[in-house]
Design a protein around this ligand. Sequence first.
Ligand code: 5GP
Ligand code: ZN
Length: 118
Amino acid sequence: MCLFCKIVNKEIPSNIILENDEFLAFHDINPKAPIHILVIPKVHVNSFNEADSELMAKMSNFIQKVASEVNIAKSGYRVITNIGVNGGQEVGHLHFHVLGGAKLHWGHFSDADPKGHF
Ligand code: 5GP
Ligand code: ZN
């Protein structure tokens, strides 16, 4: 069973913000912003690349509720999902990072020449 499935099953403790039958939101153990929440489906899905549109529709709604719950809906926030090796995904269970609580930086994502592809 994967790490986040164990968190869903409460075999590994987490600091839960919001939960319903299908989704769980909890604080990231290694926050990269004043607010850094992970939102996951309770069912195991490897990544966004395997997520179906019905799941994503409900996930969007749940993420919006999480943002309201921690009072960042108005001030703004960022939603990120890393996919696979190049995406930097470390945990192979679909998760969305919800980052906020301060003005976030926007910078270079790789050392490769960003204009080198097209
Ligand atoms: P990824 O790199 O896969 O997009 O993100 C995985 C995230 O999971 C990282 O931000 C990491 O800090 C977080 N993480 C890893 N293990 C745990 C854990 O046991 N508990 C919690 N709450 N977060 C974790
Ligand atoms: Zn899992």
